[in-house]
Design a protein around this ligand. Structure first.
Ligand code: ZN
Length: 179
């Protein structure tokens, strides 16, 4: 699905960083990100940039392509959770019914709609120290991780959204959760 961000939403989530949040139609959002082969200082710098930008934009998750870097790194921080970095994340198991829930995206500011996601997922990844971890996530964290991993494959929530629920939020209101 093709969407254009109206002028009144373009200013949203513009931060002071040298790498602002990348918005559609920037092609990096449609590319498949490449695996990280070494968790070293470059990756740590990327993670701290992503943390700063996500915090400034009040996001609950962010993927490296959203700051213009085509690497398989995501952060999730739903419900005030301390941001957790996942490197080369992979969903290895899905469980439970797929459930609709509202999503918004820092790269498509102002637009919201319902997406069906698996209720529970098991994720394999490397943590910021490069250790292999396995996590079972349920509910909002499971939704956010699915949204962010989609970003690594060039997939956006507008590709999966129930189009009947798509709506632009009043730009003067506080934004809903964005990922
Ligand atoms: Zn997003």
């Amino acid at each position: 699905m093709q969407v254009d961000v109206p002028a009144e939403y373009q200013h949203l989530y513009v931060t002071n960083e040298e790498r602002p949040v990348v918005k559609i139609p920037n092609p990096v959002l449609r590319q498949k990100a490449t695996e990280v082969d070494k968790v070293g200082p470059k990756v740590h710098k990327l993670i701290s940039e992503m943390e700063r930008i996500m915090r400034q934009a009040n996001g609950i998750g962010i993927a490296a392509p959203q700051i213009g870097v085509g690497k398989r790194v995501i952060l999730i921080a739903p419900d005030g959770m301390r941001p957790m970095a996942l490197i080369n994340p992979e969903i290895v198991k899905v469980e439970g019914p797929s459930t609709p829930g509202q999503e918004g995206c820092l790269s498509i500011p102002g637009l919201y709609g319902d997406v069906s996601r698996q209720l529970q997922v098991v994720v394999h990844a490397l943590d910021r120290k490069g250790r292999a971890i396995e996590m079972e996530l349920e509910g909002l964290p499971a939704r956010v991780v699915q949204h962010e991993i989609d970003h690594l494959d060039g997939v956006l929530f507008i590709d999966k959204v129930d189009t009947a629920t798509l709506h632009w939020q009043d730009p003067d209101k506080n934004p809903e959760d964005n990922e």
